[in-house]
Design a protein around this ligand. Structure first.
Ligand code: SF4
Length: 356
């Protein structure tokens, strides 16, 4: 199939079948950037309400830059991959403080922003400024691999260059933005991982995978990383109406979010096992009462399966606060806990908590 023919067919398909999404109706780089960060590793249906929530809370980049990080994390709550929210905030601050609120206008300059990789830079440069640079995400790699019979493993980062060069070679200079949109949408809706719509495909006649019946084998993907099991035993210390939580530190999941005192074990925790922890043992020796132990709650992340059990312990002595404070915990009223950014696992548990 001639290149111009391929472009015409893909663009025609796009104009008929594209979804009506708010970030497609703007050339504002702030809104495009926001939508792209939210949509990384996230389905459109899940990301859309978050996009609307962010635009409402932070209509301009200055609003986002000036917000407290806790506030940004709170708006992000439930979307996962929280480093994206922290990078989003850091990037907004960088643009406002270092670039006087002006978004960079070229692919090369956009790549210098914190948290902005080749895909996001290409999406902003092409959608907002029509720069001829291909936005290569998983959907686009799948379409290119099948159309042209490319066997480069899409899971190997250095192979992105192969797909980038191929994408660049077929994209029209005068319709760069809409062509990128069309390729992404075609991969998301039509040339899907399982059961692609080959029978009614507008580019079927030039498709290598269709011709050789290789749709199931292309693109080549190396095996996903093994999922690791982790056992989280959350100790829910409470006294009267107050709960004790701490902000999670770096080098693990959920940095900056709040959770309860955590005792991680190699197997599912029991009351005997968690009492081996010095803080828990101290609290129990000083009159703490184990009110309840929850059923195990499973929480799946991209490469981790969290099995969480909640041990609810009532504190009886005032001076225990010092022990908990030394363990990094802070005391919060129930109302204040509601406003803290928290992992969904914690948020869901709190909805069922009746003791305080
Ligand atoms: S023919 Fe099938 S595999 Fe080829 S581009 Fe169309 S939907 Fe994808």
């Amino acid at each position: 199939m001639e290149n111009e023919d391929l472009i015409t067919k893909l663009l025609s398909w796009y104009h008929v079948f594209k979804r009506d999404l708010p970030w497609r109706k703007t050339s504002d780089p702030y809104e495009i950037w926001l939508s792209e960060i939210i949509l990384q590793q996230t389905r459109v249906a899940q990301g859309l309400p978050y996009f609307e929530r962010f635009i409402e809370a932070y209509p301009k980049i200055e609003d986002l830059a000036n917000a407290a990080q806790e506030d940004v994390l709170r708006h992000w709550q439930g979307l996962g991959y929280y480093s994206r929210a922290r990078n989003l905030h850091a990037c907004a601050q960088f643009i406002v403080q270092e670039l006087r609120g002006n978004f960079p206008k070229t692919y090369k300059e956009l790549l210098k922003l914190p948290g902005v990789g080749p895909y996001t830079a290409a999406a902003i440069a092409s959608f907002a400024y029509n720069e001829k640079v291909p936005a290569i995400d998983g959907n686009v790699m799948r379409v290119l691999s099948r159309l042209f019979g490319i066997r480069s493993d899409v899971k190997v980062p250095k192979n992105q260059r192969t797909y980038f060069e191929l994408g660049l070679s077929i994209m029209p200079a005068d319709r760069a933005g809409v062509f990128n949109q069309a390729m992404m949408e075609f991969g998301a809706l039509h040339c899907t991982p399982a059961n692609p719509g080959c029978r009614e495909c507008p580019v079927q006649s030039g498709c290598f995978a269709f011709e050789h019946n290789l749709q199931g084998e292309l693109p080549v993907r190396s095996k996903a990383k093994k999922v690791k099991n982790r056992y989280f035993n959350y100790i829910v210390f409470f006294q009267d109406e107050n709960l004790y939580l701490n902000a999670r530190g770096p080098n693990d999941i959920w940095q900056g979010l709040y959770d309860f005192y955590l005792v991680e074990t190699k197997e599912a925790g029991t009351p005997e096992l968690i009492e081996k922890d010095p803080v828990v043992r101290h609290v129990m020796n000083k009159g703490g009462i184990l009110e309840s132990v929850s059923a195990t709650r499973k929480h799946l992340l991209s490469h981790q399966r969290i099995q969480a059990t909640f041990f609810v312990i009532e504190l009886k002595e005032e001076h225990l606060s010092k022990t908990l404070f030394n363990a990094g915990l802070q005391e919060f009223s129930k109302e204040k806990v509601e406003k803290l950014p928290k992992p969904v696992l914690i948020d869901n548990f709190l909805k069922d908590l009746t003791v305080c």
